[in-house]
Design a binder for this molecule. Structure first.
Ligand code: FAD
Length: 397
């Protein structure tokens, strides 16, 4: 019979395949990916890998796939899906039948129109991106990073560690403001400035300055300033890789709401026998649907999808979302679901380290720490059940 086919051989796809075997599924499992490289880990790309501290980003050794009888078909994109016939058409023309289909195609970096041909301009999502960025970084002295989201901030820290001059440009009032709010964004801003980053908020890039050889030399910013740069990274977010689903009838979220494949709280999509996991999936969480672009979530979703797909009972224990980001010598960590509109109370502060509580209507929504691992982690239980933030503050004061 037809295998379970997972499209997208990234973290979420790999975890789904692993969970199927862990759960005792003995049928065929096929992982199809458009990148030539077997599943690898992305977090190091903006950190240890780009700094040249490691080359190893593999998630599983080759023998793992043989042992677990997980078939890999790499370097081939899936071009189309027919949910009635339960078949996939690959970009090379082949057709494969599936019994169940798991969509795990992740994201594609958003680009700035008209800068593709300019040498020295990069995006960062894939291993190949990171390799070409690392190669260019060695010869560069002045880097311009457009966008102070997680990737922009992490690269700024990595480039400073490599001794490069860094200008970090962000249209929002502060780095990470759209995720963590302006107040915490202010802490992140200070950390970058203290490390010598020329951080400019509230401005964007108007045009790149390019020399006769087609190499980037600088940029004109929206505030009229002109800066020099021999390396540019565009870190302005990503969009779900769903082009191949056009015309399939599988329901997608509105692009203005972040897009992605609509799925329920166990990853079921609108089509029978089709599931979605990882960064590409807009899952239902209570009353809302949202995509979560973090490492830990990919594995948690894979586990839930496999349980549901194999007909098991859904776990009832509350999950507490988690993500981290490494910048300079601090690990920024969040437990729960921080929202930029939440009320923020900074409860402890020491240099670039801090601990903050996020709350909505007086109830704790998230704990965010920088360089505060133990303090963050011990609050997990408080986030698993509704906790008035006032109780926590009373306990810590
Ligand atoms: P991906 O890993 O993107 O995998 C999707 C795969 O599907 C890709 O290989 C893609 O090429 C492939 N694909 C797309 N379309 C097709 C198609 N039509 N046919 C076949 N294959 C296709 N998270 C954290 O929590 N902490 C961090 O510090 C952190 N750092 C990060 C640093 C970087 C540079 C990046 C890029 C991400 C980082 N993340 C971090 C996020 C984390 O890596 C992602 O949440 C995770 O990779 C999501 O996995 P995924 O499988 O959903 O998507």
């Amino acid at each position: 019979s037809a295998p379970i086919v997972i499209v997208g051989a990234g973290l979420a796809g790999l975890r789904t395949a692993e969970e199927l075997r862990r759960a005792g599924y003995e049928g065929g499992v096929l992982l199809v990916g458009d990148e030539a490289r077997p599943p690898y880990d992305r977090p190091p790309l903006s950190k240890q890998f780009v700094r040249g501290e490691t080359d190893d980003t593999t998630l599983r050794p080759p023998e793992f796939f043989t042992e677990k009888n997980i078939e890999l078909r790499l370097g081939t994109a899936v071009a189309r899906v027919d949910t009635a016939a339960r078949t996939l058409t690959l970009a090379d023309g082949d057709t494969i039948a599936y019994d169940q289909l798991v969509i795990a195609t992740g994201l594609r970096p958003r680009r700035l129109p008209g800068v593709e041909e300019v040498t020295g301009v990069h995006v960062l999502r894939a291993h190949d991106d990171a390799e070409s960025l690392r190669a260019d970084l060695a010869a560069a002295q002045r880097a311009l990073i457009v966008g102070a989201g997680f990737i922009g901030c992490e690269l700024a820290a990595s480039f400073r560690a490599a001794g490069k001059d860094v200008t970090l440009v962000e249209p929002q009032p502060a780095p990470l403001a759209s995720v963590l709010g302006e107040q915490i964004g202010g802490y992140v801003a200070r950390m970058h400035r203290d490390h010598g980053v020329d951080l400019r908020c509230g401005v964007g890039v108007d045009t790149l300055r390019v020399d006769v050889d087609g190499h980037v030399r600088g940029a004109l910013l929206s505030d009229g300033s002109d800066i020099d740069a021999d390396l540019v990274v565009i870190g302005i977010g990503s969009v779900p890789a769903t082009d191949w689903l056009a015309g399939s009838g599988i329901e997608l979220a509105d692009p203005t709401a972040g897009g992605g494949v609509l799925a329920d709280e166990l990853g079921r999509t609108s089509a029978e026998g089709v599931w979605a996991v990882g960064d590409v999936a807009a899952w239902r969480y209570g009353d809302i649907r949202k995509r979560v672009e973090h490492w830990t979530s990919a594995g948690e979703q894979a586990k839930l999808v496999v349980t549901a797909l194999l007909g098991g009972a859904a776990p009832t224990a509350a999950r507490v979302p988690y993500f981290w980001s490494d910048q300079y010598d601090v690990k920024i960590q969040a437990l729960g679901t921080p929202h930029p509109a939440d009320e923020v109370t900074v409860v402890s502060e020491d240099g670039h380290k801090f601990l903050a509580y996020y709350s909505r209507d007086g109830i704790l929504t998230a704990v965010l720490g920088a360089g505060m691992t133990a303090q963050v982690m011990k609050l997990r239980a408080k986030l698993a059940a509704p906790t008035p933030v006032a109780d926590l503050l009373a306990a810590t004061s």
